[in-house]
Write a protein that binds this ligand. Structure first.
Ligand SMILES: NC(=O)c1ccc[n+]([C@@H]2O[C@H](COP(=O)([O-])OP(=O)(O)OC[C@H]3O[C@@H](n4cnc5c(N)ncnc54)[C@H](OP(=O)(O)O)[C@@H]3O)[C@@H](O)[C@H]2O)c1
Length: 324
């Protein structure tokens, strides 16, 4: 059985290039998806407290460990949610994640967003004054990054990183602590290549994991898998459009974490195909003059009233990220 390619992280750990995404995978669905994935050779799982399905992932893990693989054969990433950014509560959330998954360590733990919510009011606190997500405007990214550094010292996480961080956010936490995140998990697909951020991360030896590689389906826009050029490249390679999109991220050196809860897709998304330079350029061209970021929390309901990326929808937000 093939377990696929791996990429070396700055810690010396190997991260499998293709992982299974689990956001919006419902209970029951996710349990099957994880079991199918591990049986098919996936060794990288992308998880998070906010997906509210880690218990079911844990149930699937019980079915495959140790009969299919050992715990140490799996690379498990999870993420600290916004409502646990405060140093006094971060470890309790990590412990809850470990309990839900039924494991005593994570391979990689990420700060999910550069945004803090107030603690102690659940995962989705609402500000009674405006009905929006209740932001904590005091806790900085540096405060949270220092808490993450302490979590690594406990041995419960083998590596720490960030997600949805911009160049300025990363520069800020490195300047204050000297500790470089091992990875930045970002939205990355041909409509959002993020070349400057990717180049900066490369310089700093920060691994990129690409999320929403298929373009997701959040905006009721056609999926990227439906795009004519991507279908053409797929037909030429006798591959699926999803395989071409995963290959586009792999060409750029990312690990890529497509989500599916459908058996056939879980299996086929894992089959790695290679793009020639010409095919890569044809797929990249889909994004020219077509900048699209699917995941902008200022557009969520209830809204997060904060400007993260300077997208048009964020420019009227009241708050900016508090780096230090
Ligand atoms: N760090 C973050 O803030 C963040 C944000 C978003 C996502 N993520 C992570 O990244 C993972 C992937 O991103 P995503 O879930 O947003 O989007 P995605 O993987 O790009 O797309 C998922 C969608 O594509 C469909 N799909 C899967 N395989 C397909 C195929 N072969 N052909 C056509 N459609 C296919 C899925 O439906 P079916 O399930 O029905 O197949 C689902 O609707 C997430 O699950 C999560 O683990 C992280």
């Amino acid at each position: 059985m093939s377990f696929g390619k791996v990429i070396k992280l700055s810690t010396g750990q190997d991260i499998p290039q293709i992982g299974l995404g689990t956001w919006l995978s419902k209970p029951q669905e996710v349990e099957h998806a994880v079991e199918w994935a591990v049986r098919a050779g996936y060794r990288h799982l992308d998880l998070a407290m906010i997906y509210e399905n880690q218990h079911e992932v844990g149930a699937a893990l019980k079915k495959v460990i140790p009969s299919v693989c050992k715990r140490e054969d799996l690379f498990m990433t999870s993420k600290l949610w916004n409502s646990s950014h405060q140093p006094q509560v971060a470890e309790a959330e990590l412990d809850e994640t470990l309990k839900q998954l039924g494991t005593d360590y994570l391979d990689l733990y990420l700060v999910h967003w550069p945004v803090a919510f107030i603690p102690g009011k659940g995962l989705n606190p609402i500000n009674p004054d405006n009905g929006q997500k209740h932001l904590d405007t005091e806790t900085s990214l540096v405060d949270t990054w220092k808490a993450m550094i302490k979590l690594k010292e406990t041995g419960k996480v083998k590596a720490i990183g960030v997600s949805n961080f911009t160049i300025d956010h990363i520069k800020g936490i490195i300047a204050a602590t000297g500790v470089v995140p091992v990875a930045n998990q970002i939205e990355a697909h041909p409509l959002l290549p993020q070349d400057d951020l990717v180049a900066f991360c490369k310089e700093q030896n920060i691994h990129i994991t690409a999320y929403s590689p298929l373009g997701n389906n959040l905006l009721n826009k056609p999926m990227l898998t439906e795009h004519a050029s991507i279908k053409e490249v797929a037909a030429k390679l006798d591959a699926t459009p999803a395989q071409v999109l995963v290959a586009w991220g792999a060409y750029r050196g990312y690990s890529v974490i497509p989500k599916s809860v459908q058996h056939e897709r879980v299996i086929s998304n894992f089959k790695q195909v290679e793009l020639s330079k010409e095919d890569y350029e044809k797929v990249s061209a889909v994004g020219h003059n077509n900048h699209t970021r699917y995941n902008t929390p200022a557009g969520y309901s209830p809204k997060w009233d904060i400007n993260l990326f300077d997208e048009p929808i964020e420019l009227s937000a009241t708050h900016k990220v508090k780096v230090q």
